[in-house]
Design a protein around this ligand. Structure first.
Ligand SMILES: [Zn+2]
Length: 71
């Protein structure tokens, strides 16, 4: 156990600990740091290109209005 106090600064630790992929949360890979794969990297990049985090259009999963189980 280390008894060294944590210095309150804005220093970022070098590439030591594996950070979770900002896309899926999996451990990042060195080749695609800080992402886990090129896929997640592209995903994040595409979001940037779009200008904002757009919500993917989900299929019409909304159930019909009260036509499911009505009594
Ligand atoms: Zn990922």
């Amino acid at each position: 156990m280390t008894s060294e106090p944590i210095k309150a600064g804005g220093k970022v630790e070098p590439l030591r600990k594996t950070r979770p992929c900002p896309e899926c949360g999996k451990p990042s890979a060195r080749e695609h740091y800080p992402f886990c794969s090129d896929r997640c990297r592209t995903l994040d990049l595409s979001r940037w290109l779009k200008g904002s985090y757009a919500i993917p259009v989900a299929d019409d999963e909304a159930k019909a209005d009260g036509t499911d189980d009505r009594e």
